[in-house]
Ligand binder design. Structure first.
Ligand SMILES: *[C@@H]1O[C@H](CO)[C@@H](O)[C@H](O)[C@H]1NC(C)=O
Ligand SMILES: *[C@@H]1O[C@H](CO)[C@@H](O)[C@H](O)[C@H]1NC(C)=O
Ligand SMILES: [Zn+2]
Length: 581
């Protein structure tokens, strides 16, 4: 239909090509002149201008199509060797960035315009809902990244109906890439688990550990794992074990699947800054469960490596391992415990977690800059945790970074110290009022003043903690939040969109702007150019319905590991035992 084509073109010409404005105006001026009669030269000029405009428009269109086609083909078929670093800030929403940025400016005396490295690489934002809820958990969140599909809360790379979905890491391994996972929580926790195992429900950590070392449908798919969660690899017959069965998964990893194993900081340090080449595959489990919050870890630096240290060592190891390969590596690095600080509503723990994550992000950028191999860094969160608000009491418009700056320990660490103190003294004292006041004195002078950096604890606050030590963690965190005027709306997750950060690179435009979390997953596999669907097919053939048999029951709700809440329950039991003894 010529009548629609012409106005469209004309319209496009008039409003779209701003560079043509001059000739456009000239054209219009000419048209009004035709009202009073046209001369041949002016008609010729009009025709020429029209032809020129038409050609220019066509040229722009052709160029645009060519560019987008070239872009498309480049992206669909990755040409050279490439590395992909995917970072996950578990539970970090946009408010955590504002909190941490201002905190850093305050503590380091920086200008208001000073930003985090993350801020400088802001890329877009991600919508996070799962298939079963508007508020996702980390399992469904990580499945969206690993499988590029929405699934139910609790799913470890399983789809609704309990069918497995292939992951980007598995497909990368099959395509010849070297693969790694680095976290600060249990390596069997939901986020890392989703890249290298398939179970119906995230709490099946015994099974996840086995699949991660290679006892799964695809055998071994990971080459390097650094993190915590050693207890999930040790049998129920040993002290440090938290498995339900008597399998020694560390021994199994070494004997059956060829893993090298390191289990402490001194062994880790042997590989620091390339002192010694990291033999592959390498399993490093540096804590029985979580690696302590960065705020506490600093005071135990001789016992635990930091996230940035683990990430740097891992990147160097993967680079070395792929030195002679025509394929690069894929690694997932998680700032796992930003989420835990959110669950605990502890802002002083959280700012240090985010700062360490930012430092790690910077280290990855530096690595990419120095690397001879092309690479892309993409970083995002699975969801927000805590419903963090960087304000609290209307009509006051302020919050106090100084309160967070004065804390030297997390609420989690202080609660543990309290429980240990009670366990060591309960046998000799009864719960009389004198012991209650003793306990309050201990709480204030040994924990609140030196740990929280709070010198004006009220009697009510100390009473509450002394009477309910199992609730000490949230009580300590609340003391900080109230004084800093930081607000929280939940001890769980929230549905707010989370940020995406990137170094940029081929295809990264696909996740610019506001995208779905599954789009991030699509990007990962596209960038590597790997066939995840073939892995899904293989998994379905191999696992079949046995996934259900191996699966165990599927629980209700989000099933998030309630970190210290578990220990609080343990404490309760301890309390009962001691009380009845
Ligand atoms: C340890 O695991 C084995 C199975 O592997 C089981 O038979 C045994 O009862 C477990 N022991 C304890 C104390 O749970
Ligand atoms: C932080 O600690 C310093 C030094 O002990 C103290 O002077 C200051 O009042 C504290 N700030 C807050 C907000 O507690
Ligand atoms: Zn969580």
């Amino acid at each position: 239909m010529a009548s629609t084509t012409t106005p469209l073109l004309a319209d496009h010409h008039r409003h779209d090509s701003s560079s043509d404005r001059d000739s456009d105006d000239a054209l219009r001026g000419q048209s009004s002149a035709t009202q009073t009669g046209r001369s041949w030269p002016s008609r010729l000029r009009e025709a020429l201008l029209f032809a020129w405009a038409l050609l220019a428009t066509a040229g722009v269109l052709v160029l645009a199509v060519w560019v987008s086609h070239k872009h498309q083909t480049d992206f669909d078929k990755p040409a050279g060797k490439r590395n992909l670093i995917f970072m996950v800030s578990d539970g970090m929403g946009p408010a955590s960035l504002s909190l941490t940025r201002s905190f850093r400016q305050y503590t380091e005396g920086l200008e208001y315009g000073d930003t985090l490295t993350l801020d400088k690489h802001f890329w877009g934002s991600s919508r996070t809902r799962s298939s079963s809820s508007l508020v996702t958990d980390s399992a469904a969140g990580a499945t969206a990244f690993s499988c590029a599909q929405k699934s139910y809360n609790g799913a470890i790379s399983m789809l609704p109906g309990y069918t497995p979905c292939g992951t980007v890491l598995e497909a990368a391994k099959k395509a010849g890439y070297t693969t790694g996972l680095v976290v600060t929580t249990d390596i069997t926790d939901a986020t890392p688990a989703c890249f290298a195992s398939h179970v119906n429900y995230r709490l099946q950590q015994d099974e996840i550990a086995l699949q991660e070392i290679g006892q799964g449908p695809l055998n071994r798919v990971v080459d390097l794992m650094f993190g915590g969660g050693r207890c999930h690899f040790l049998p129920n017959t040993t002290d440090g074990g938290c498995r339900q069965d008597n399998i020694d998964a560390i021994e199994l990893a070494q004997k059956e699947y060829g893993w090298n194993y390191i289990g402490d900081r001194p062994s880790f340090d042997e590989y620091w800054e390339g002192k010694k080449e990291v033999p592959m595959p390498m399993l490093g489990l540096f804590a029985p469960t979580d690696i302590p919050f960065e705020l506490d870890r600093r005071n135990m630096n001789d016992q635990y490596p930091s996230l940035s240290e683990m990430a740097k060592t891992a990147l160097r190891a993967l680079e070395k391992a792929t030195e002679k390969s025509d394929k690069g590596f894929f690694i997932m690095i998680e700032g796992s415990r930003i989420d835990h600080a959110g669950h605990g509503n502890d802002p002083s723990a959280q700012v240090r977690e985010v700062l360490e994550y930012d430092k790690t992000f910077k280290a990855v950028l530096d690595f990419l800059e120095e690397s001879k191999t092309d690479g892309v860094l993409v970083a995002t969160s699975d969801h927000e945790t805590g419903g963090l608000a960087v304000a609290r009491h209307y009509p006051q418009y302020l919050w106090y970074p100084s309160v967070l700056a004065n804390a030297t320990a997390s609420s989690e660490h202080l609660a543990r110290l309290l429980w240990a103190h009670i366990a060591s003294t309960t046998t000799t004292t009864s719960s009389s009022s004198s012991s209650l006041s003793e306990l309050k004195k201990y709480i204030n002078s040994e924990l609140v003043i030196p740990g929280l950096g709070i010198s004006d604890a009220t009697d009510d606050e100390l009473d509450a903690i002394a009477l309910h030590p199992e609730l000490a963690q949230p009580a300590f965190a609340q003391m900080i939040s109230l004084r800093a005027q930081i607000g929280w709306s939940t001890h769980g997750h929230s549905a707010v969109d989370v940020n995406i950060y990137s170094s940029g690179g081929p295809g990264a435009d696909a996740i610019r702007g506001n995208v779905e979390n599954t789009d991030v997953g699509e990007f990962l596999r596209s960038y590597l150019g790997v066939d995840v669907d073939a892995v899904t097919k293989e998994l379905r053939e191999k696992m079949g319905s046995s996934s259900l048999a191996r699966g165990g029951e599927v629980g209700e709700g989000d099933g998030d590991d309630h970190w210290i809440a578990h220990e609080a329950m343990e404490y309760h039991r301890l309390d009962e035992t001691l009380g009845s003894a």
